[in-house]
Design a protein around this ligand. Structure first.
Ligand code: SAM
Length: 307
């Protein structure tokens, strides 16, 4: 007779729990981003939690927002992704013009009209419109100073439902005034958190009771398993980064061609100016006065050089 102890746990012997089919999905959209290498983890997380609502603080050109939205729509989930941004930029992301918001809006209208809601405004102004305990995944990726990230965390953590998670981007950045690492060191508890070092660092913090088995296994992973998880997601992330580079090539080629065209026009203009100079010199040399003064120039050349 078979006992429970003899029955193999299929999750223990088969595929590692962090490698679901979603971990291998490749995004459709690749706007420039420091988040490229986290897309596989985003898909895995959405598959693991099946969130009703995701809120993102800091969307910029939209890469991470689209990665969450695409995973939700591939899974057929009725998830809402609330993207919050002033769409003005900041001192780390740089300040930018209206074309950034327009590019995000175009993708959302075409591909995610029922999933993504664009909330244009300051994080603190949008916060009262989001009910407490209504968010399953909160992604904090706004300004990256210690005080800024702490303020975003303190204002928004009560919006996350019991069993949800908070993601912090850039926890591995320690230069240029980045201070999310410091906040992370203060709040990351063993058994309730997990972090990646690649892609500028991404931390996951569990809120309240951990309700989803993949999240409890992730947060409870021993050092050896954690290293495997980090290695696998880093390699999967590299694949996305390479694809992003390939996707950028046609635009880069256009840029290089335009530059080459501009340079070639400049070379033509310089050549035309040189030719005009040469003809002018020829005209002078052919003139009567130049020929009459030739002996004087010859005498000048023969005169001994004085120190
Ligand atoms: C690092 S970018 C976001 C990157 C994005 N998650 C991605 O996948 O590439 C940070 C964005 O946060 C926005 N931001 C920073 N602080 C903000 C605040 N207090 N309120 C609204 N937007 C803010 C900036 O406008 C900028 O677009």
């Amino acid at each position: 007779m078979s006992t429970d102890a003899e029955t193999p746990d299929p999750e223990a012997v088969d595929q590692p729990f962090w490698l679901s089919p979603a971990s291998f999905w490749m995004p459709t959209h690749y706007p420039l981003s420091a988040w490229f290498t986290h897309a596989p983890f985003a898909s895995w997380l959405v598959d693991s939690i099946r969130p009703r609502r995701i809120v993102e603080l800091g969307t910029h050109l939209g890469f991470s927002c689209f990665a969450f939205a695409e995973a939700a729509s591939r899974l057929g989930l009725p998830t809402t992704v609330d993207a919050v941004d002033s769409w003005e930029g900041d001192d780390h992301a740089g300040f930018y013009d209206e074309s950034v918001f327009e590019s995000v809006r175009t993708v959302v209208e075409q591909d995610f009209p029922r999933t993504v809601v664009l909330n244009r405004g300051w994080f603190s102004d949008v916060r009262p419109r989001v009910a407490d305990q209504s968010v399953d995944i909160l992604h904090i990726d706004g300004r990256h100073g210690y005080e800024d990230a702490t303020e975003d965390y303190e204002q928004w953590r009560s919006s996350v439902a019991d069993g949800g998670v908070i993601l912090f981007h850039d926890i591995a950045e320690r230069e240029r005034g980045f201070g999310v690492w410091r906040l992370w060191e203060e709040i990351a508890e063993p058994g309730r958190s997990f972090f990646f070092e690649h892609g500028h660092g991404l931390g996951l913090l569990a809120v309240g009771d951990i309700r989803y088995k993949p999240i409890s296994r992730l947060c409870g992973a021993d050092e050896e398993t954690a290293a495997k998880i980090r290695g696998d997601f880093s390699r999967l992330g590299d694949r996305v980064h390479r694809q992003a580079w390939l996707e950028s090539l046609p635009a880069e080629l256009d840029r290089v061609n335009a530059l080459a065209h501009e340079r070639s026009l400049q070379i033509d203009q310089t050549a035309a100016a040189l030719e005009a100079e040469r003809q002018y010199v020829q005209t002078i040399k052919a003139s009567t006065s130049w020929r009459i003064t030739a002996p004087l120039r010859a005498v000048g050349k023969l005169r001994p050089h004085r120190a």
